[in-house]
Design a protein around this ligand. Structure first.
Ligand code: ADP
Ligand code: MG
Ligand code: MG
Ligand code: MG
Length: 420
C-alpha cells in the first residue's frame, strides 16, 4: 500500500485494503472477513474508523485531501497525518502513557493505526453531561508541563530541537488555519464566521470595533507565529482529550508546531472556562452549581499542577542550552535559577490569559464552534451563556498584564456568570 496513490478508506473497503496489514491483524485478529468497521469521526477534518476483530479493536485515522467540515472546496494537505504521527511519538516519549499507542503509520495513505480508547469518551461530552472527573487537572497539567518543557531548548540537545523545528515548520497549512481562524477572523466579518444572531449582533459589533482587543489579538498572533519555543500539541481543547473516571489521554495533535508554551495551556484553560459558562444552558435536568464550582477548581488545579511540574523539571532536567546550570547551580547560585524560572512562569501566565481570551472568542464568533454551547437548543439561553463568555474573554485578553492569579480570574468568571 505504501506506493499506491492515496485513496480514502470506507467502511466497505477497509478490510480489503488493510486485511494484510500485520500490525493491525496482530492486534485485533487476522481474519479480516470477520472485522466489523464503523466510522466515528466527529471531528472537523478527518476520517476515524473503529475496526473490531476477533481479539480486540483498533482505530484507523485517515486524513483527507480537504477539510471534512467544509468539503473539497477547501483543500488541506495529507501531510497533516505525518505531523500527527510524529507529534504522537514525541508526546509518548516525553509524557509516557498520555496518548494512544501507535501501531502503524502509512504516509502515502495518510493513515495512523492506533489504540482504541475504550470506554473513554471525549472530555467535552463528559463536561456537558455534568461529570466531575477527579483526575483531569492532574493528568492534563502533567502532560502539558512534560511535553512543553521537554520539547524546548530548556531540555533538548539544541541540534535535535532545531531539526525538529525544521520538520514541523512544514505544517504551514494547519498553522495557517490557527493564524486566521483563531487570531483574525473573529474580529472582522470573515466569510465563514457565524454567531448566534440576532441575540449577539450588538456585542459582536462592539468587539469588532474594540481597538485594544484587536491589537492584543494581533500581538498574540505574532507571538504564536514567531516564538518557536517548544513543540505544541496545537489543538489542545476538551474535544482532543478522551477520559474515563480514572484515565486521561490526549489525541489529535495534527496541528503540532513549534510555538509558545502558553498557547497549549491557554487554549486548554479557555475550554474549561467555556464549559463553565455553558453550564447554565444544561440545567434542564438539575442545577449545575456543583459542576460550576468543579470547573473553576479544575482550572486552578491544572495551572497549579503545570507550574509545579514545570518547576520540578526546571530544577532537575534543565539540560538544554538555555539557562545552563553552569551559570547558576554549578556556581552555588540556586537562587539565580529560581529567579529565571519565576520570569519564565510569569511570562507564560500573562500570555496564556491572552490566548485563552482569544480562544473563547473564536469558538463563539468564528467557524469552529463548541458543543458546550451548540448543544443548548434555546437560542436566547445559548446567547446569554455565550455573551458572558465573550465578555470574560475580552477582559482577560486585554487586561492580561494586570491579572496576577488564577483565583482572580475565577472570581471574575463567577462574577460575570452571575450577571443576569
Ligand atoms: P479530527 O482530527 O477529525 O478532529 P480526532 O482525532 O479528533 O479527529 O477524532 C475524531 C473522533 O474520533 C474523536 O472525537 C473520538 O470520538 C474518536 N477517536 C479518535 N481517536 C480515537 C481513539 N484512539 N480511540 C477511540 N476513539 C477515537
Ligand atoms: Mg479532533
Ligand atoms: Mg500510551
Ligand atoms: Mg484534528
Amino acid at each position: 500500500t505504501e506506493t499506491k496513490p492515496f485513496e480514502a478508506l470506507s467502511v466497505e473497503t477497509l478490510p480489503k485494503r488493510l486485511g494484510e496489514n500485520e500490525a493491525l491483524g496482530e492486534r485485533i485478529g487476522k481474519d479480516a472477513s470477520r472485522w466489523k468497521v464503523r466510522e466515528v469521526g466527529d471531528g472537523n477534518l478527518n476520517l476515524v474508523f473503529i475496526v473490531e476483530g476477533d481479539h480486540s479493536a483498533a482505530v484507523v485515522k485517515q486524513a483527507l485531501p480537504y477539510v471534512r467540515l467544509v468539503g473539497d472546496s477547501w483543500p488541506l494537505p495529507l501531510k497533516r497525518s505525518f505531523f500527527e504521527y510524529h507529534a504522537l511519538t514525541r508526546q509518548e516519549a516525553r509524557a509516557p502513557g498520555s496518548v494512544p499507542a501507535i501501531y502503524h503509520f502509512d504516509q502515502a495513505q495518510a493513515l495512523i493505526v492506533m489504540e482504541y480508547l475504550s470506554p473513554h469518551v471525549i472530555l467535552r461530552r463528559a463536561l456537558i453531561d455534568g461529570r466531575e472527573l477527579p483526575n483531569i487537572a492532574r493528568d492534563i497539567g502533567l502532560f502539558m508541563a512534560r511535553t512543553l518543557f521537554r520539547g524546548s531548548d530548556l531540555s533538548m540537545v539544541t541540534k535535535e530541537r532545531k531539526a525538529d523545528l525544521a520538520l514541523f515548520a512544514d505544517n504551514v497549512e494547519l498553522c495557517d488555519i490557527t493564524e486566521n481562524l483563531v487570531f483574525s477572523d473573529p474580529y472582522f466579518e470573515a466569510e465563514m464566521n457565524r454567531h448566534t444572531s440576532p441575540q449577539l449582533d450588538g456585542l459582536v459589533a462592539e468587539l469588532r470595533a474594540d481597538r485594544n482587543l484587536k491589537v492584543e489579538a494581533q500581538r498574540l498572533k505574532h507571538l504564536f507565529a514567531a516564538n518557536a519555543e517548544t513543540l505544541l500539541h496545537g489543538d489542545l481543547h476538551s474535544g482532543s482529550i478522551m477520559v474515563t473516571d480514572t484515565e486521561t489521554r490526549m489525541i489529535d495533535p495534527e496541528f503540532a508546531f513549534y510555538g509558545p508554551v502558553a498557547f497549549d495551556v491557554g487554549m486548554l484553560l479557555a475550554n474549561f472556562w467555556m464549559a463553565f459558562f455553558s453550564q447554565r444552558g444544561h440545567e434542564d435536568k438539575g442545577s449545575r452549581d456543583s459542576m460550576r464550582a468543579y470547573l473553576l477548581r479544575v482550572t486552578a488545579e491544572t495551572w497549579s499542577v503545570f507550574r509545579a511540574e514545570f518547576s520540578d523539571l526546571w530544577r532537575t532536567e534543565r539540560t538544554g542550552m538555555l539557562y545552563q546550570k553552569s551559570l547558576f547551580e554549578d556556581q552555588g547560585d540556586r537562587l539565580g535559577a529560581e529567579q529565571a524560572l519565576d520570569h519564565m512562569l510569569a511570562g507564560i501566565w500573562t500570555d496564556l490569559l491572552g490566548f485563552a481570551g482569544i480562544e473563547v472568542h473564536r469558538r463563539i464568533l468564528g467557524l469552529a464552534h463548541n458543543a458546550d454551547f451548540e448543544t443548548i437548543a434555546d437560542a436566547d439561553l445559548r446567547a446569554s451563556c455565550e455573551a458572558k463568555a465573550l465578555k470574560f474573554g475580552r477582559h482577560i485578553a486585554v487586561n492580561r498584564r494586570q491579572i496576577h492569579s488564577i483565583d482572580e480570574v475565577n472570581t471574575l468568571a463567577a462574577l460575570i456568570e452571575q450577571e443576569s
